[in-house]
Design a protein around this ligand. Structure first.
Ligand SMILES: C[S@@+](CC[C@H](N)C(=O)[O-])C[C@H]1O[C@@H](n2cnc3c(N)ncnc32)[C@H](O)[C@@H]1O
Length: 413
């Protein structure tokens, strides 16, 4: 299946792209087409996703699009409510005290709103860190973060420093990342009755993107596929063994090697400190459940979700859920210990939401209802409460955060 840049992937209600949007996307499309030609006619989906999201000046995260918030394509927790970042600030205080480190590092800071709200809360509590580092791949977002922080925190701007790669070894501090791992390019694999394929992107005779499936050759993917197969065999009678149930449907899923590599690098550079990761995702058993046969890859365009990554390259977000078991396993093998895994709802409820909202006056109807709306979005199971998880990793003998005291699901990883 292929899609032209301006063909809507879904229903009649899908927003029409303007001529400017189509022209911008067309520039990136041509670049990707060139790279396909230069690469013997195909690139891996991971390479495609990387180009679509991060090509300087043209990629989704690297061009000047609105992206976050109501006028963008999707909303993240810190954009929904300052309470999210304030709860994180309270956990940072506990982490700074227990690790005796006063450097915070946020990876993938988006609009910069989480950094601003965390620092405001720490300032209110007289617990400012020595510095707040922001690791951001996108030069455009770095610029936007600097403008936002200068406007909101002019007196504390000196605290902030930007990095375009992880710091040199040894680094000590607290690392935070909200919705970072889901924005990392993934490999797509397709398992059929007979074989395992890696999905590539090629061009048809009209120069449109099409799928091209090739037998898996990448050793990292082969290892992961073996793990997935074993897992699925243990989960049910469903199996990809040749000869069994010839009518099984194809199974498409994602493997995020970059996320595992990122954790290994963190483990390598981290001397003393902890890592708090928040993202939407599952344990491996849930992620690779036989019934999830179409994977979790998702595209967001102006708050419409769909599953066509070839639509308007560079103008829509493409993301995949996070396999937290894989992250925890990579962390463990690299010398980090898992100190907590819970849902966003449990994390916020135990991590300060109650204290932070105790003075709200129900008589003050407008702020009260607005805050109630925000809390519902952050915590209700059908909103972000259950799908989003929080993972705490550290190089430390003991560590205990109040946010994991209500529920800790580590045993499920
Ligand atoms: C989905 S956005 C989330 C933004 C923000 N954390 C929030 O919650 O609103 C992903 C962010 O991660 C950044 N990013 C992606 N890969 C990265 C990497 N390897 N290192 C640092 N930043 C990265 C993107 O540029 C973007 O700022």
């Amino acid at each position: 299946m292929s899609k032209q840049a301006n063909q809507n992937p879904a229903s009649d209600t899908f927003p029409e792209a303007t001529p400017e949007v189509i022209a911008h996307s067309e520039q990136l499309r041509q670049k990707i087409q060139e790279s396909i030609h230069n690469n013997k006619g195909k690139i891996s989906f991971s390479d495609y996703m990387n180009q679509v999201l991060y090509t300087p000046g043209l990629g989704y995260y690297s061009a000047g699009l609105k992206k976050f918030g109501r006028q963008g394509d999707f909303v993240t927790a810190p954009e929904i409510s300052p309470l999210f970042s304030q709860c994180l600030a309270l956990q940072c205080i506990e982490l700074m005290q227990q690790t005796r480190q006063r450097t915070l590092l946020e990876a993938g800071a988006g609009s910069g709103i989480m950094a601003i709200e965390i620092i405001l809360e720490l300032e209110r509590r007289k617990q400012l860190p020595e510095c707040y580092l922001i690791l951001e791949l996108s030069a455009e977002l770095r610029d936007r973060q600097q403008q936002a922080i200068k406007a909101k925190l002019p007196h504390l701007f000196e605290l902030f420093h930007w990095l375009d790669q992880l710091p040199e070894k040894p680094f000590s501090g607290i690392i935070l990342a909200n919705e970072l791992l889901d924005a990392m390019p993934v490999h797509l694999v397709k398992l059929t009755n007979d074989n395992h394929y890696e999905r590539h992107v090629a061009l048809n005779k009209n120069n449109e993107f099409i799928w091209q499936d090739e037998l898996v050759e990448n050793p990292q993917l082969i290892d992961k596929l073996n793990e997935i197969q074993q897992l699925q065999q243990s989960l049910s009678s469903f199996s990809f063994d040749q000869g069994q149930n010839k009518d099984k449907p194809d199974y498409i899923t994602e493997i995020n090697c970059l996320a595992d590599d990122w954790i290994r690098t963190i483990a390598d550079i981290l001397d003393v400190g902890a890592i708090l990761l928040i993202d939407y995702g599952y344990t491996a058993k849930e992620y690779y459940h036989p019934q999830r046969s179409m994977g979790t890859l998702m595209c967001h365009y102006q708050h419409h979700r769909h599953d066509d990554p070839f639509y308007l390259p560079g103008m829509q977000d493409i993301t995949a859920h996070v396999n937290f078991s894989s992250i925890a396993q990579a962390a463990h093998h690299a010398g980090l210990k898992v100190f907590g895994y819970t849902t966003q709802a449990h994390f916020l409820m135990a991590g300060g939401l109650v204290e932070l909202t105790k003075d709200l006056d129900p008589e003050d109807i407008i702020p009260f209802t607005e805050t109630a709306r925000q809390i519902k979005m952050l915590t209700l199971p059908e909103e972000m409460g259950e799908l989003f998880k929080v993972l705490l990793l550290a190089k430390h003998k003991t560590l205990s955060l109040s946010a994991f005291k209500l529920q800790d699901f580590r045993q499920r990883l």
